[in-house]
Design a protein around this ligand. Structure first.
Ligand code: NAD
Ligand code: ZN
Length: 347
């Protein structure tokens, strides 16, 4: 059996803009939990936001916090009620821990549970550290063919899978996606996996438009110079992954009657909506907040080769360089920065 040390390394955000390596006690797996030795952690825009601004909306960093929530690793210990045989499993963790008892949880909307605990959302520590605990049923065993990095990126893929689900994408659909960042790329791959045949992604950034055709897009358009082509799309669904008001407005206008608009981007807090157009075209507008139970499907899609996650990684950093990883994320040439907390063990 693996010996688990009593202390570990943790990269801690002390306050806005200040990160420090600390030695912390290794957590213990409570009843029903597993203790996971962290492998890879993807850097998310929300980590960068907490680092740069110290808050996201009303979620404020008032005490030191460990960031990071896109995580994979290896089970090294189990709590009571979890079979010992899980030790050694390579896992990807669904970081949403809902209460499982409230009305939202019981009615199949656990992502909206008001008592949610989520890595790296104050006051809960995240995964830029050597060991984390998770409910055993949320640590999904991944096949050997999946790299630690792919396993970690099942988290942002999950946002794409849930958005594609909310958009009701089916075979032959035409989908417009605004924003060719990591989330736009996840959505593009997710809608392709559901059978969409025409996937149009827009972005201002040339390099992002060029790259997105390797990640699900069949066409990449410029929001301004290709505005006419976008306006004439009559898409079955529009998924906003930009958070930008002009993108949302042109996306709604490009959606066919009876089509669906899914708002994933969290940018502008408020924006004017073309309500007459939404009414007369009977457009369904909905939001997306994370995902529900998407890991099994994500593992299947990556294993079968329908979705590519490894190619999305544009930079790697050791745990000591979390700050560099967070700064790298704002470079438009970067797609996905990953912190390799513990390299895979060679056997
Ligand atoms: P990102 O900033 O890397 O990508 C956004 C892209 O949109 C950029 O490439 C930018 O150039 C592009 N863009 C800006 N204005 C545009 C316009 N008018 N038309 C087309 N493209 C435009 O961000 P990301 O990490 O890919 O995340 C995308 C969004 O999704 C963010 O707002 C993030 O907060 C949100 N998000 C939401 C959830 C959720 O559960 N709802 C989960 C994860 C991320
Ligand atoms: Zn709940």
């Amino acid at each position: 059996a693996t010996t688990v040390p009593t202390t570990m390394r943790a990269s801690v955000l002390l306050r806005q803009g200040v990160i420090e390596m600390q030695e912390r006690p290794v957590p213990t797996a409570a009843d029903g939990e597993v203790l996971v030795r962290v492998g890879s952690v993807g850097v998310c825009g929300s980590d960068v936001h907490y680092y740069q601004h110290g808050r996201i909306g009303d979620m404020v960093v008032t005490a030191p916090i460990v960031l990071g929530h896109e995580v994979s690793g290896t089970v090294v210990a189990v709590g009571r009620g979890v079979p010992e045989s899980r030790v050694g499993d390579r896992v990807a963790i669904d970081p949403q821990v809902p209460c499982r008892r409230c009305r939202q949880c019981k009615s199949g909307r656990s992502n909206l549970c008001p008592f949610m605990e989520f890595y790296a959302t104050p006051p809960f520590d995240g995964t830029f550290c050597d060991y984390v605990t998770a409910p055993a049923d949320q640590a999904y065993t991944v096949p050997d063919s999946l790299s630690d990095e792919s396993a970690a990126l099942l988290e942002p893929l999950s946002v794409g899978l849930w958005a594609a689900h909310k958009a009701g994408i089916g075979p032959g659909d035409r989908v417009l996606i605004a924003g060719a960042g990591p989330i736009g790329a996840m959505c593009a791959q997710a809608v392709r996996a559901r059978g969409a045949t025409d996937v149009v992604v827009t972005d201002f950034v040339d390099s992002r438009r060029e790259r997105i055709t390797s990640f699900g897009a069949t066409r990449a358009l410029h929001p301004v110079t290709d505005a006419e082509e976008i306006a004439a799309l009559r898409a079955d669904a529009f998924i906003d992954c930009s958070g930008a008001t002009p993108a949302v407005l042109s996306g709604i206008a490009a959606t066919r009657g009876g089509g669906t608009v899914v708002l994933v981007g969290l940018g502008a807090e408020e924006m004017p909506l073309p309500v007459q157009l939404i009414a007369t075209r009977e457009i369904n507008v909905t939001g997306v907040f994370r995902y529900i139970d998407t890991w099994p499907r994500g593992i299947e899609l990556v294993t079968s080769g329908a979705v590519h996650l490894d190619d999305m990684v544009t930079a790697r950093y050791p745990l000591e360089q979390v700050e560099e990883a967070l700064n790298a994320d704002s470079d438009p040439l970067s797609m996905k920065a990953v912190v390799v907390v513990n390299a895979p063990e060679v056997n």
